[in-house]
Design a protein around this ligand. Structure first.
Ligand code: SAH
Ligand code: SF4
Ligand code: F3S
Length: 474
């Protein structure tokens, strides 16, 4: 059972609502409603967290802006996955000192994964004194209380205690889209891949109760959401901590049974837990999109072992084969790291050959970035940055050819796509997504179609996207 996981009680969430009301009264007394700017970095988990921060802010009487100058409160929800991401955040936070000088009452909050790293929190404490509130993912549920403390006492507040992690239900949410919804099904990670910071900042794996997940999906379906993504760092270990005899495949099956016209997606899957049962469930469930994000990270067995990924190349290739056997039209995407400490060029070439063997529809490619406190950060890393960069470029070139070939194969086909927006490109009217989540630029149609499934005939393609027209429109 989930002995380690603290479930935040409804009474504790009610208390947070009281803080919201308290702040709401202050907001209502102002001549115009105060404004908040929520700036989000990182993965979908952070996007989902930001929707809850917005939910709380709306309950506090805040409106929203995208302008740092206009904002009375700025919340920066950060990502710690790579150094580059952190540097960008620190640069932007540093620059906020000017906005605040012009707007002295402004409250600046930094939250998310970087805030949970002790050395970052310390740096903010010492050198970024214009930041008023720092809290990690573990403290998100009590944001109103922390914010209220800053507002009423004008002191700086830090809530960055490390813990295995909790689950809080009933936090208000303001979603960014009325078509696509994120639903976290679990939090944290137990895998400790040797390069990765996530388990240190997001705590241990813990699953939401199936009835809570089902209720959230049902509410989204009832509101007309068309594309629902189940989120977790490793969705395939859903339920292991619940002791309820339900696994991720069972959960998918139950979500698939919820009435409504919507697609179900999920991410991310760790290859070690992507099971035959899951592949068979995907093949059977009508609403589950034929899309699978299955990060492989490296093609060499020695590097996979050093990464603590606990599968080998042959095992990975076997999963891909079995997935395609069950879901023949599945779109497979992946993550890969170039330049892990000690990776030689022949080992890197095994990554290239794996890419050529699998032929992914798209890849997210990263150059290894050392993260303080992870085992890989103290491994010898003799390869120069320039060599890693050259390997990285070779990989991108190989994948671009594959992506273009994969996309070219769509030309002439008609697919039921979700129209998800108005195109900002001069040559197209709308954007849409195929069931496998490939981007389509649609030549015709207007904004009234956004949020609808339409048959789109694919007429052209390049490396990055497909081009099409509404089928039956001449
Ligand atoms: N939980 C997901 C991925 C989370 S992070 C999974 O296990 O697949 C997203 C991606 O960032 C990872 O898949 C990995 O490719 C990359 N990544 C993580 N840590 C990194 C690091 N230190 N340097 C470079 N890339 C990294
Ligand atoms: Fe990081 Fe590995 Fe966990 Fe993914 S599975 S979040 S890469 S430790
Ligand atoms: Fe980044 Fe945290 Fe997600 S480190 S990738 S925002 S879990």
């Amino acid at each position: 059972m989930d002995r380690q996981t603290t479930r935040i009680s409804p009474a504790d969430i009610d208390r947070q609502r009281e803080f919201c009301e308290q702040i709401h009264e202050r907001s209502a007394a102002l001549p115009t409603p105060p404004l908040a700017f929520v700036d989000t970095y990182g993965c979908q988990q952070n996007e989902a967290d930001s929707e809850r921060i917005r939910g709380y802010l709306a309950s506090m009487g805040y409106g929203f802006t995208e302008s740092e100058e206009a904002a009375d409160a700025i919340v920066i929800n950060t990502c710690a996955i790579r150094e580059h991401a952190e540097d960008r955040v620190l640069g932007n936070v540093g620059a906020l000192v000017h906005a605040k000088r012009r707007h002295p009452g402004q409250i600046i909050c930094l939250c998310g994964c970087m805030a949970q790293e002790p050395q970052v929190a310390e740096k903010i404490r010492q050198s970024y004194r214009h930041v008023d509130l720092v809290f990690g993912p573990h403290a998100l549920w009590k944001f109103p209380e922390l914010f209220c403390r800053v507002l009423t006492r004008r002191g700086r507040v830090f809530d960055i205690a490390d813990e295995p992690g909790s689950i809080a239900e009933g936090i208000p949410v303001v979603r960014q889209s009325g078509i696509k919804g994120w639903v976290s099904i679990m939090y944290g990670c137990n895998n400790f891949c040797s390069y990765c910071i996530v388990p240190y900042v997001r705590g241990r794996e813990r699953s939401r109760k199936p009835e809570d997940v089902l209720a959230e999906v049902k509410a989204l379906a009832d509101e007309g959401y068309r594309d629902i993504t189940l989120l977790g760092q490793n969705v395939n270990s859903y339920g292991k901590d619940l002791g309820l005899d339900i696994d991720f495949a069972d959960l998918l099956e139950r979500i698939d049974a919820i009435p409504g016209d919507f697609l179900i997606r999920f991410m991310t899957s760790h290859p070690k837990d992507a099971s035959q049962k899951l592949f068979e469930t995907m093949a059977r469930c009508k609403k589950v999109a034929p899309a699978f994000h299955l990060p492989f990270q490296a093609g060499s067995d020695r590097i996979l072992k050093a990464m603590n990924r606990v599968y080998d190349r042959a095992g990975y290739l076997d999963k891909v084969r079995r997935l395609r056997e069950q879901v023949p039209d599945v779109v497979i995407t992946s993550d890969v790291i170039v330049g892990f400490p000690g990776e030689t060029t022949p080992e890197f070439e095994e990554t290239l050959s794996l890419i050529e063997e699998v032929r992914f529809d798209a890849l997210f490619t990263f150059i290894y970035s050392p993260r303080e406190g992870t085992p890989a950060a103290s491994m010898p890393d003799p390869m120069s940055r320039a060599e890693k960069q050259a390997n990285f470029q070779r990989l991108v070139d190989v994948q671009n050819v594959i992506s273009a070939e994969k996309h070219a194969a769509y030309v002439g086909k008609t697919l039921r796509c979700l129209i998800d927006g108005v195109s900002e490109d001069a040559g197209s009217a709308l954007t849409a997504r195929t069931p496998g989540n490939r981007l389509v630029r649609v030549a015709d149609g207007d904004a009234s179609l956004v949020g609808q499934f339409r048959d789109v005939e694919i007429t052209a393609a390049n490396t990055w996207s497909l081009f099409g027209k509404l089928a039956g429109q001449g």
